[in-house]
Design a protein around this ligand. Structure first.
Ligand SMILES: Cc1cc2nc3c(=O)[nH]c(=O)nc-3n(C[C@H](O)[C@H](O)[C@H](O)COP(=O)(O)O)c2cc1C
Length: 410
């Protein structure tokens, strides 16, 4: 039996994004039942949601003769939660004051379910004391608010009030639902952190990778039921005390060669490999056995490190291999080239020249390219949210390859 989520759509320009949200929730195996206010129908049609979800939409008006009369009560039965996205000032205000002047508000008051809301409105509207007071009232009653964020609004103004990004709402809903173990049975191998190549016993060549992105992939995958092995190079901050985040097996690897050894050993036992570590392209040819004394100039001879990703991907069989590409220019062209040349199924391209995302940040903004030609943009979001999206696409490729291997029913 699938978990059911009620998606309430209200009258804002952001309503078109709810169709994407419905799809994301369905991709994660949820049943999505949509309810629309009369105003929402001015922005997007119930037909769109009925076609997407395959289920009838709960509409605001009174039931016609012959239609189920108690749908506003029965509609939410068995559902796990309600998410209102976008949530208008009007609907939030009515909900805060117990107004039930249509089927949607009646359903919201009668459902007894946890409610999440993603407000969307003009900045002045959002900041209005009446709206803020309604939001506080609802929050005090347990409604979880997602956003809004700041940005350019449909009204042409810039400021707070923009509906939070679909990917962030989706991740918040999934977190609230908890326990959706859609990756149970999948074995994930993840690399994270920055490799360090010794110059002598005290110095090394390193890079600015913090390991946060790879750790997020490992953590989110484990939370979704996958069996996870993390090959960790240098992490910033370092992994917690015991060195083992809950539910994740950690193998330490400092250099590219150590990482290659660990990855090659574990690769045979995995279904999906996500290489998020920043592996040094070069290492010192002959690291000094003793600390090199200070001198006026120093010369280091570097030799090329193995290309771990390419070496395992060439023998990948039906495993799914995803790589990260940290680029500072020509992002898409370089990413596409790596995807094809290294025989990857998926590449995650991030722009590491930006200070507000990437290295060391808790946020990222990436473009995913798949071998079959898909391009998916993930807007700036926390690394956990980005990790969830990367896992969704990698897992979809893996499931498709599994399905192709199933013998046909006789
Ligand atoms: C073009 C347009 C865009 C609108 N966008 C929003 C919005 O983003 N947020 C909001 O609170 N109201 C917005 N409104 C006003 C609501 O649609 C209006 O308050 C309506 O009564 C909301 O009804 P509902 O809450 O039942 O959906 C917009 C109105 C128009 C005409």
């Amino acid at each position: 039996m699938k978990d059911t989520v009620i998606l309430v759509v209200t009258g804002s320009v952001a309503a078109y994004k709810s169709a994407l949200l419905a799809r994301r929730l369905m991709e994660r195996g949820l049943l999505v039942k949509v309810a629309m206010t009369a105003s929402a129908e001015r922005f997007i049609t119930p037909l769109t949601f009925e076609a997407l979800t395959g289920l009838p939409v709960l509409r605001a008006g009174f039931p016609q003769s012959g239609q189920a009369p108690m749908e506003h009560i029965n509609f939410s039965r068995g559902a796990r939660l309600v998410v209102i996205a976008p949530a208008t000032a009007n609907t939030l205000g009515k909900l805060a004051h117990g107004v039930a002047d249509d089927s949607i508000l009646s359903m919201l008051l009668a459902c007894g379910l946890p409610v999440m809301a993603a407000p969307a409105m003009n900045t002045q509207m959002y900041k209005h004391p009446a709206v803020q007071s309604n939001i506080s009232t609802l929050a005090a009653r347990g409604v979880t608010f997602i956003g809004p964020s700041s940005g350019s609004l449909a009204c042409g103004e810039e400021g707070e009030g923009k509906m939070e990004d679909v990917e962030t709402i989706f991740a918040a809903v999934m977190e609230k639902l908890g326990g959706v173990k859609d990756l149970a049975g999948a074995r994930l191998l993840v690399t994270a952190g920055g490799c360090q190549e010794p110059i002598d016993p005290v110095r090394y060549i390193g890079n600015r990778s913090s390991g946060k992105m790879g750790l997020a992939v490992a953590r989110v995958a484990a939370g979704r039921g996958a069996e996870v092995t993390l090959v960790a190079a240098h992490m910033e901050p370092s992994l917690p005390g015991t060195g083992t985040p809950e539910g994740i097996r950690v193998i330490r690897a400092q250099t590219a060669v150590e990482m290659q050894e660990a990855v090659r050993q574990e690769f045979v036992r995995c279904d999906i490999l996500v290489m998020a570590a920043a592996v040094s392209d070069y290492r010192v040819e002959s690291p000094a056995a003793e600390k090199v004394k200070k001198k006026s100039a120093m010369r280091l001879d570097l030799i090329e490190n193995p290309d771990i990703l390419a070496s395992v991907a060439l023998e990948k069989g039906d495993r799914v291999v995803a790589g990260f590409a940290a680029e500072t220019e020509d992002h898409l062209a370089s990413g596409r080239k790596k995807l094809m040349a290294k025989n990857l199924d998926l590449i995650v391209i991030n722009d590491v020249s930006r200070g507000d995302i990437g290295f060391g940040s808790d946020y990222n903004e990436v473009t995913l390219l798949t071998r079959d030609g898909k391009k998916i943009e993930i807007a700036r979001a926390t690394k956990d949210v980005v990790a969830g999206a990367v896992l969704d696409h990698a897992a979809a490729i893996w499931r498709a390859s599994q399905a192709m291997e199933q013998p046909e029913a006789s």
